[in-house]
Ligand binder design. Structure first.
Ligand SMILES: O=C(O)CCC(=O)C(=O)O
Length: 293
């Protein structure tokens, strides 16, 4: 049985995003939240990004600049589905997966995933960008699914999006020769003026077209904000740049079958630079924690 209505699918293609409640089961959500709680506890013992490493040797866990024993600063977990059965199941076998298949399927491939955490007191923000500029492919049938791990409202650093911006233009993430990972400041101001926030209860998902302009402010409230972010592509969308976050599951077919063909709809794309650090927050100019010398 279909999970999305025709009206929801039309809204996704018209606006470039769609928020849907209950994208994972209560049991799945509880398992995801329990895993996060244990990772946050583990991070208390660390003062810099730490392992186990990702498959390209970078720290899996990234920390904001100000960790302390009473305020853990864990802000990013790279490809949690590589290390956690709960995250693998949610990525591969949940209503969220089904929704993505109804938008860009029937044949759907996994690209990478991550968790962005904004714990209370975190200064982490996400500067405006379009995901396709980080992960260009031969076509743009690509969905970023952002699963809410906490209740998200006006207080805790909600994702904000610009409806319709997936229809173009693509905004450069370069300042001259330097890859900044974010649009220019004046472009961001113009986008912010047209942006709307995405709120919802834990377990909701924001399904976002890869070319939708989006970002988020710091968490100014007193409750955490976690997002489990999974990137899925049509099976015939072939990457034009190396995966910024390689996963052991990259290329796994999560619905339907593999494609013998690449489908080309893009004629010219600006290629990103690859990150060397634990997360794109440093690419966007936000320091990671550094171990005391
Ligand atoms: O964490 C957020 O608010 C947005 C995440 C995002 O834009 C990204 O990881 O590409």
């Amino acid at each position: 049985m279909a999970v999305l209505t025709e009206a929801q699918k039309q809204a996704f293609w018209r606006d470039g995003f769609l928020v849907v409640e209950n994208a994972v089961s209560p049991g799945q959500l509880a398992a995801l939240r329990a895993e996060i709680a244990s990772w946050v506890e583990q991070s208390r013992g660390h003062t810099a990004p730490f392992g186990p490493p990702t498959i390209d040797g970078r720290p899996r866990f990234d920390m904001g600049a100000e960790p302390s024993a009473d305020k853990p600063a864990l802000r990013r977990i790279n490809n949690p589905s590589d290390i956690s059965p709960a995250y693998l199941t949610a990525m591969r076998d949940s209503d969220m997966t089904e929704m993505v298949a109804e938008l860009i399927g029937p044949d759907v491939k996994f690209h990478h995933c991550k968790i962005n955490l904004k714990l209370t007191g975190a200064k982490t923000e996400v500067l405006y960008h379009q995901d396709f500029a980080y992960t260009p492919h031969t076509n743009d049938d690509i969905v970023t699914a952002l699963l809410f791990l906490d209740d998200i409202d006006a207080t805790n650093g909600a994702l904000t999006v610009v409806p319709g911006s997936h229809k173009g233009p693509m905004h450069s993430l370069f300042d001259g020769e330097r890859f900044t990972g974010a649009v220019a400041a004046e472009t961001e101001a113009a986008l912010l003026a047209q942006s709307i926030p995405c709120y919802g209860a834990a377990g909701a998902v924001c399904l976002m077209h890869t070319k939708l302009a989006h970002g988020s402010a710091a968490n100014a409230g007193d409750k955490p904000r976690g997002l489990y972010i999974c990137v899925y592509t049509a099976a015939d969308a072939i990457p034009l740049a190396r995966n910024p976050m390689p996963s052991t599951h990259e290329g796994a077919i999560v619905r339907g079958k593999p494609s013998r063909f690449a489908r080309l709809t893009e004629t010219r794309v600006e290629l990103p630079q690859q990150p060397k650090t634990a997360s794109f927050f440093t690419v966007q100019g936000q320091e990671s924690a550094k171990a005391a010398e």
